[in-house]
Design a protein around this ligand. Structure first.
Ligand code: GTP
Ligand code: MG
Length: 226
């Protein structure tokens, strides 16, 4: 009688790679994240001290809050909303030391930019607050710029990248909503990132389908020295 069991898939096979992309390594997630508070003013934010900070910025509705929740494997931790422009404060989350050794980690959800329905004065105020945060924050190990993968970089993203280059801040581009692109669009997006010299700093992500999270988490953990 022949053995009816299927041969195990060879390591690195297409099926195995696709599955790995879908299933983030559970050890990588930032577990037991706690919401700290929302600070409307920079002056009220906690001193980070020795605690590393990962800041998340991007256009309103780009998927910042969904991404933070996904990185923490926590359903709706950062209150993702279908109503754009909801995040108008600096929202702090704390990952405890047992999940981000040795000091823990602050994840900071910055106010979204580019939302048309707020006044120009308020938009300027928020942008100035984000700039002051980026210039002054201690221990920022990474800025995650969130960008809907269907969109190209616009002036806000370009200026944030230039601003961070000035302060020598490490930046990664999280290209979210990757699940909304078809194969042709994915190919075009990848070519565009390459042409702009941004492919190495870009990670394709779907927060809803949980793809690309391992890669982003690995990059963040590498910055933490893990
Ligand atoms: N299909 C899909 N939808 C997503 C993804 N990420 C976010 N969304 C949806 O996009 C919308 C906006 O997501 P949020 O996470 O609230 O975006 P945000 O950048 O935090 O928005 P503001 O706080 O308003 O600046 C919500 O309806 C999410 O469900 C993704 O990877 N795939
Ligand atoms: Mg948000």
């Amino acid at each position: 009688m022949g053995d009816s069991r299927k041969d195990p898939e060879p390591p690195g096979s297409a099926g195995q790679l696709a599955r790995r992309a879908r299933e983030p390594d559970p050890a990588l997630f930032f577990r037991d994240a706690q919401y700290v508070a929302s600070y409307p003013r920079l002056e009220d934010c906690p001193e980070a001290g020795q605690i590393p900070v990962v800041a998340v910025t991007g256009r309103s509705n780009s998927g910042k809050s969904s991404l933070i929740s996904a990185l923490c494997d926590h359903h709706n931790l950062a209150r993702s909303s279908s109503a754009p422009g909801k995040t108008r404060a600096l929202n702090y989350f704390f990952i405890p030391p047992h999940s981000a050794p040795p000091h823990g980690l602050y994840l900071v959800d910055l106010p979204g930019f580019g939302y048309a329905k707020i006044s120009r004065t308020e938009r300027r105020r928020l942008r100035a607050m984000v700039d002051r945060f980026l210039a002054g924050v201690q221990n920022m190990i990474m800025l995650v710029v969130v960008l809907d993968a269907r969109r190209k970089l616009e002036s806000e993203e370009e200026s944030i990248l230039a601003y961070c280059a000035q302060f020598d801040r490490p930046v990664v581009l999280a290209r979210t909503k990757w699940d909304r692109l078809n194969t042709r669009e994915k190919g075009m997006a990848l070519n565009d990132w390459k042409a702009r010299g941004l492919a190495g700093r870009s990670v394709a992500i779907s927060s809803t389908k949980k793809t690309g999270l391992s890669e982003l988490l690995s990059r963040l953990r590498a910055q933490l020295g893990q």
